[in-house]
Design a protein around this ligand. Structure first.
Ligand code: ZN
Length: 571
């Protein structure tokens, strides 16, 4: 993990607002001092995900997910630690200290991104010089504004254009090969992967170019689409073409339409349907499904009506089922024979395309249509077969109303008693939110410090209780030291500090403690706890001295100490 100065992380977490960060991704509701939502990390009906604006962390009572704004970005946007820090820093208008960026091995990644970026620029320039490519786009009705928005380009005909233009030395050649822009034949000859193709740069969720798709200009020039291979930057099962552009066009995406070709995405955008994305030469994966639903609650899958399209649609359904939490909807649209989204939207415009979407089949209906094929529902055998085929599919749907409805529908179709899903009666997750159990003094002191780190400034070392032989004392001392040396530190930053240590989990649990009353009450409570700890330490020392006095006798210093302790106790 990257080493970034602790002070920077403190500052970053103090200047960011976790409610803001999470709120733009998950709808939050105010509930008392905190905010609540349905957990984005597990399937649930009632909200057990809480965000604390004062402590600047989130916690889920259902699945235990927890952490700071940094952790949230890592988990939710699937960013690496340093990317999450950079993302947050960008929002907060801060610069991540330069030297740490170089120390980190990501220097390597930075050059890969830079290499893709340079290639995208190169392809873009070539587009300007290619009559054929420009004609092609013109025939498709793609304006230069939309072409620019998608960063469209052209890879010229020939074997070594890109290689010559950008591979000026060994290092650059190696980078080009690493990001998949060069191919190597059996003889070891290296040449341009994309030749005489329209180029569609593929952006990641932060808008960086990470790969390319190339489309033939003429029908018979080889495979219609060619993609970058998997590279350190590009995992096709996790990216969606066009998602970056859709996100740029909407603050809140009303719905997402999944189509098969990159050109379809661009055409739809050109004709006013700016919510389309495409998978990257692969079937829809469960990762795709999650990514889609994280961006929009309604997802429309748009497929050719042919056999291949039907197969792809079923794969999409299988990937989507386990992600069908309540509130999410999936629809399937099969296009008329010989049509694709591009031809359709050009012929009928965006309103026409919307009309087709309205005809899309809801997931439930599509599922029963498909499993019901070749099942004669007028016979008992046919209905049993339907039930047998449908059950394993319905089992994959997360607990919730949708799952219950699907079981109910299966009951209606098969005539078999709808089986109440086993987990439907599970106790609400909030029941795990218990009243604080009786805590030890040390734990109380730690929990109070985590609630209000500045309490540490009200006590001063040396601490009498430091000698106390009790679990948690070294941790309490370390916390006091941390909070005293870094005034203004927020709870989340403390937890981040301990994130990779064994104590991290226990600290997070303690940080969840809700103390009744107001900060003034906590201050008194904290002072009390510290005093009691001091007294316990004295008592323990006293007991030790008395025991040693009778067993081995005490030297003059210890005798003096024993007297002082006895006097203090009497006083
Ligand atoms: Zn959860």
């Amino acid at each position: 993990m990257a080493r970034i100065p602790d002070a920077f992380i403190d500052e970053l977490l103090a200047r960011s607002d976790i409610v803001d960060v999470i709120g733009t991704r998950v709808p939050l509701k105010k509930a008392g001092r905190e905010f609540q939502a349905r957990c984005p990390f597990h399937d649930e009906r009632s909200p057990s995900f809480t965000v604390s604006p004062t402590k600047q962390f989130y916690h889920c009572f259902g699945c235990g997910a927890h952490g700071s704004a940094i952790k949230f970005l890592m988990e939710y946007d699937r960013l690496e630690f340093l990317d999450a820090v950079e993302e947050l820093a960008k929002r907060a208008g801060m610069d991540v200290p330069r030297e740490t960026r170089q120390q980190h091995q990501r220097g390597d990644f930075e050059s890969l991104y830079a290499c893709c970026d340079a290639a995208a620029t190169y392809f873009g320039q070539q587009l300007g010089g290619s009559r054929r490519a420009k004609d092609y786009l013109q025939r498709r009705g793609v304006s230069s504004e939309v072409a620019q928005r998608f960063g469209l380009g052209y890879a010229p005909e020939g074997w070594e254009h890109l290689k010559t233009a950008l591979g000026s030395d060994e290092r650059r050649l190696a980078l080009l090969e690493k990001v998949g822009l060069l191919s190597r034949n059996d003889q070891g000859r290296v040449y341009d992967k994309f030749r005489d193709r329209l180029i569609f740069p593929i952006h990641d969720r932060r808008g960086r170019v990470i790969a390319f798709g190339g489309r033939v200009l003429e029908k018979d020039d080889g495979p219609k689409y060619l993609n970058s291979p998997e590279t350190p930057l590009f995992h096709k099962g996790r990216e969606l073409y066009g998602l970056w552009q859709v996100r740029q066009a909407h603050s809140r995406i009303p719905r997402l339409i999944v189509v098969e070709g990159y050109m379809d995405v661009v055409s739809l955008f050109q004709f006013g349907v700016n919510t389309a994305v495409a998978t990257l030469g692969t079937a829809t994966t469960p990762d795709h499904a999650e990514l889609l639903f994280r961006n929009a609650a309604d997802v429309y899958f748009c497929f050719d009506g042919d056999r291949a399209g039907r197969g792809a649609a079923w794969k999409a359904l299988e990937s989507v089922l386990p992600r069908m939490r309540d509130g999410r909807q999936a629809f399937f649209l099969f296009l008329p024979d010989g049509e694709d989204p591009d031809s359709l939207v050009r012929a009928e415009g965006s309103a026409g395309f919307d009309r087709h979407l309205e005809q899309a089949v809801p997931l439930g209906e599509y599922l029963f249509d498909e499993v019901g094929r070749e099942c004669d529902l007028t016979t008992i055998g046919g209905r049993a077969r339907l039930a047998e085929r449908a059950r394993p599919l319905l089992e994959q749907i997360p607990d919730g109303a949708f799952r219950d409805l699907m079981h109910q529908r299966l009951g209606e179709l098969s005539g078999l008693q709808a089986r109440v899903s086993a987990t439907a009666s599970a106790t609400p997750a909030t029941s795990s939110r218990q009243h604080p159990a009786k805590r030890s003094l040390v734990r109380t002191a730690i929990a109070l410090l985590l609630t209000q780190p500045e309490l540490a400034l009200e006590v001063h070392p040396p601490f009498g209780f430091a000698s106390l032989d009790q679990p948690g004392i070294p941790l309490l001392l370390e916390l006091l030291d941390l909070c005293r040396s870094r005034p203004g530190i927020v709870t989340a930053a403390i937890l981040e500090h301990f994130a990779e240590r064994d104590e991290g989990k226990a600290l997070h649990k303690l940080a969840m403690t809700e103390f009744p009353g107001e900060p003034d009450v906590w201050r008194t409570e904290f002072a009390d706890a510290m005093q009691q700890l001091d007294r316990q330490a004295s008592a323990q020392e006293l007991a030790n001295l008395v025991a040693r006095k009778s067993s081995e006798g005490l030297g003059p210093e210890d005798t003096e100490r024993l007297r002082a302790l006895l006097r203090a106790r009497a006083g």
